[in-house]
Design a protein around this ligand. Sequence first.
Ligand SMILES: Cc1cc2nc3c(=O)[nH]c(=O)nc-3n(C[C@H](O)[C@H](O)[C@H](O)COP(=O)(O)OP(=O)(O)OC[C@H]3O[C@@H](n4cnc5c(N)ncnc54)[C@H](O)[C@@H]3O)c2cc1C
Length: 371
Amino acid sequence: MVVVSSGERPAEARVAIVGGGISGLAAAHFLASRTRARVLVLEAEARIGGKVLTRDLGGIRVEAGPDGFLADAGLLALCRELGLEQELVEALTTRAYFWEADGELRPLAPPDMRHAAVTGRAPTRFLALRGGLDSLMAALARSTPHIEVRTKATVRSLREAPGGVVLTLEAGGTLQADAVVLAVPAHQVARLLADVRPVAADALAAIRYLDLGVIALRYPGQPWQLDGSGFLAAERPDRIISGCTWASAKWPHLAGGEDTVLRATVGGSGSRTWAALDDQGLVAAVHRDLVAALGPAPAPAASVVTRWPKGIPDHRFRDPAGVQQARVALADSRVLLTAGGYLGGGMASCVADAAQVADAMATLLAVGAPA
Ligand SMILES: Cc1cc2nc3c(=O)[nH]c(=O)nc-3n(C[C@H](O)[C@H](O)[C@H](O)COP(=O)(O)OP(=O)(O)OC[C@H]3O[C@@H](n4cnc5c(N)ncnc54)[C@H](O)[C@@H]3O)c2cc1C
């Protein structure tokens, strides 16, 4: 058995974090920078970031997961703390459209007003990072020497032991930590807790997720006059896309180039016709929809397809009570959840919840601020 250890910090507390997306990395950063804990992040994939993924589109960096985030105070403070303030860019426009079932593209109410109507809070801004959102992931992972990140390290199961938690890795071998943070989607948490904490597992298994895909496209020149940030599409049997971001009209760092960059979304709702198509078929079908919505254009010069199985929680069935129930069922354990990814609100919510979990972990393990 390997005992979690990272950096030179005396062994005040050893915390393992399962999942190297923004929730896990933010929790690792808050814990390692604000307390005397040493943190090991275990990430299943070969790269960190989870849903935050910046990809190459014929020489341009485009977002294949979230393309930006709400200008929430906690996330902004984190960007400043990590020295990324100069990298922040604000969306150039908030004008958006709805592609109606009758084929018309009609303006939507401004998103800041929609946000204010839903949340009751002041209108907000939408931000991104010039160099790509993956730069935030890299900055979090290297923010203190007391964080160690291990990739290709899938956690298969966990078991509670006196004074700690034992994790078994898919590749074989076990790790013992004083406590664990589960920073993976609700369905993955449910799988890990099924045998050890079935009440918590059942509460989280009830949270449904939707499959979706993001198709980034680069069109030569300016085939359309794009006056806004994009559109949402009404469902119709002969349509495949559920929405499209006009990335080079929306973001300053993508504007001003010779080409037009778009990001179409498929799925995320009831229709699953797209899932049967291979990447080439998907790009052709998305192009056909864009021509129908925006007008004629030559075929895209470059494209990149990213599929997200169980990519987002289905907020029609959102159940904050289920998360609360799971947390109550874990209250006497050394296993904490970061639930920002499934409580809703995207990256900002992940960071806010990770900060709270880090505080709760500091209290649980009685590890105060670094000397
Ligand atoms: C297409 C798309 C568009 C989005 N758009 C926006 C947006 O514009 N703005 C916004 O704020 N949010 C947006 N979101 C939501 C946002 O991306 C998520 O809320 C956030 O990234 C979730 O982060 P997370 O760390 O909680 O989970 P994840 O990103 O899912 O990270 C979990 C990590 O855990 C790893 N893992 C899973 N199981 C194990 C295991 N057993 N052992 C070890 N590791 C494991 C996974 O590989 C993954 O890296 C979007 C999401 C998608 C998919």
